[in-house]
Design a protein around this ligand. Structure first.
Ligand code: FAD
Ligand code: SF4
Ligand code: SF4
Ligand code: SF4
Length: 383
């Protein structure tokens, strides 16, 4: 029987899932058990669409369809919590399993605090996350830095500090540091992110620390809750999942990699925030001046659940029908959300005018967090 706190290597015995999986298919195998045992009514996860730049959310109710959802898409940057709130009634009527990155976990928790999501009906399998790459910049990076036609790439992975592609005719890897120095690589919010192992999910899964004969064939699973322990125990009993205790040396390596990633996140914060701090007001004023008021940043922010039009209509500072003037519109928005900003990057990525919005709200949030108690999420995540 698995229990909270266990550190395991896990892989699936389902050959169809294993073929498509990233690292042994533990995650997808667990979802298969969860659906078959009716622990959840549906699984809401990411699936590769037309190509590897096309990460699509799918709601799966038939366990046979799960195999198509296996595999990691590093150019998949969407966030699930607001979609669950908007399109699945905040999990009020059905039990839903979700595969989550750290920013997804934080989004679920923030929306639950605001009573927009019923966390009792959510099972979260977390995946460690070194970062994700915007699909647009990934295409450009592959063309410019790798000299490869992005449409010829059939696989990408991030391993040992490199972004690696497989394409018709070969394989190529370039160090993430080199790519980021040249303005490519992970999204800027991901570089600053310090939520690498999602321990607030029910399980935290990843490749860090898998060594020996299991390297590349199994996933490291940290059991983070009783719900997660029941899921693992049931899946093992059903035969879909196999586990063994994690190698102690592997556990040590995993700790070191996590520590190095946290230091890297801190380095990027220092770099980004220092540059911004030198001229914060002028930078915000200049950057936000090209805003076209599409309100996508409001609609897609996981900590803001008021619909954009309600926010605008309900305002006492902006008359109905009037566009809020710059930069007041943005200062008000930052005042609304910055104390809860989880640095998920959605506002920035989905901004029609490429305004570095997450940088601004994250900088404000981190400064406030350094000064005030309690910290956002209390004894929990560090975002
Ligand atoms: P599979 O059985 O192959 O299942 C993978 C699951 O991930 C599926 O449910 C799928 O829907 C979901 N998924 C795929 N892409 C995304 C996405 N973009 N967002 C949300 N869910 C997605 N592990 C580390 O140890 N270090 C890392 O630095 C690291 N970075 C990662 C970055 C990203 C963007 C992702 C998605 C995963 C990362 N992982 C990392 C986790 C690792 O790649 C594997 O997902 C994990 O080990 C589980 O492997 P598996 O074979 O059991 O999963
Ligand atoms: Fe991963 Fe953090 Fe980026 Fe989310 S914000 S995709 S958890 S690195
Ligand atoms: Fe995410 Fe931007 Fe909202 Fe912060 S302000 S939580 S980065 S969408
Ligand atoms: Fe303005 Fe960008 Fe927000 Fe649209 S998403 S309202 S352009 S800041």
């Amino acid at each position: 029987m698995a229990k909270k706190g266990d550190m395991l290597y896990a892989w699936t015995n389902d050959a169809d899932i294993a073929k498509k999986a990233e690292l042994g298919g533990a995650v997808t195998g667990l979802w298969k058990y969860a659906l078959e045992s009716k622990m959840v009514d549906a699984v809401y996860v990411i699936k590769k669409g037309k190509d590897l730049y096309d990460a699509q959310p799918v709601l799966i109710t038939n366990p046979a369809d799960l195999k198509d959802t296996a595999g990691s898409l590093h150019c998949g940057t969407l966030l699930l919590p607001k979609l669950v709130k908007k399109y699945l009634d905040g999990a009020s009527k059905m039990k839903i399993g979700v595969t989550v990155k750290g920013c997804d976990v934080m989004g679920f928790i923030e929306l639950a605090k605001r009573k927009q999501i019923n966390l009792d009906n959510i099972v979260m399998i977390g995946v460690n996350c070194g970062g994700s790459v915007s699909p647009i910049s990934a295409r450009k990076m592959i063309a410019d830095k790798f000299g490869v036609d992005p449409d010829k790439v059939h696989k990408e992975e991030i391993d040992k500090g490199q972004f690696i592609i497989e394409y018709e005719g070969g394989q190529k890897g370039i160090s993430i540091d080199e790519l980021e120095e040249a303005g490519y690589g992970r999204r800027t919010n991901c570089r600053r992110c310090k939520y690498k192992i999602p321990r607030q999910a029910d399980l935290a899964c990843g490749n860090w620390g898998v060594i020996g004969d299991k390297a590349g064939k199994a996933t490291f699973v940290e059991v983070c809750s009783d719900k997660g322990a029941n899921l693992v125990s049931g899946a093992v009993k059903s035969g879909v999942l196999a586990t063994e205790p994690a190698n102690p040396k592997g556990l040590e390596i995993r700790g070191k990699v996590e520590g190095a990633m946290l230091k890297l996140g801190e380095k990027w914060r220092k770099k980004d925030f220092t540059a911004l701090g030198a001229n914060m007001w002028e930078t915000i004023e200049k950057e936000t001046s090209r805003c076209i008021k599409c309100y996508s940043c409001i609609e897609n922010c996981p900590v803001c659940f008021t619909a954009a039009d309600a926010l605008i209509k309900g305002s006492i500072m902006v008359k109905p029908g009037e566009l809020a003037p710059n930069p007041m519109f943005h200062l008000r928005r930052f005042a609304h959300i910055s104390d809860s900003c989880i640095n998920c990057g959605q506002c920035e990525e989905l901004c029609a005018m490429d305004i570095p919005l997450a940088l601004f709200s994250h900088a404000i949030r981190v400064e406030a967090d350094a000064m005030f108690e309690p910290k956002l999420g209390a004894a929990s995540y560090k975002n």
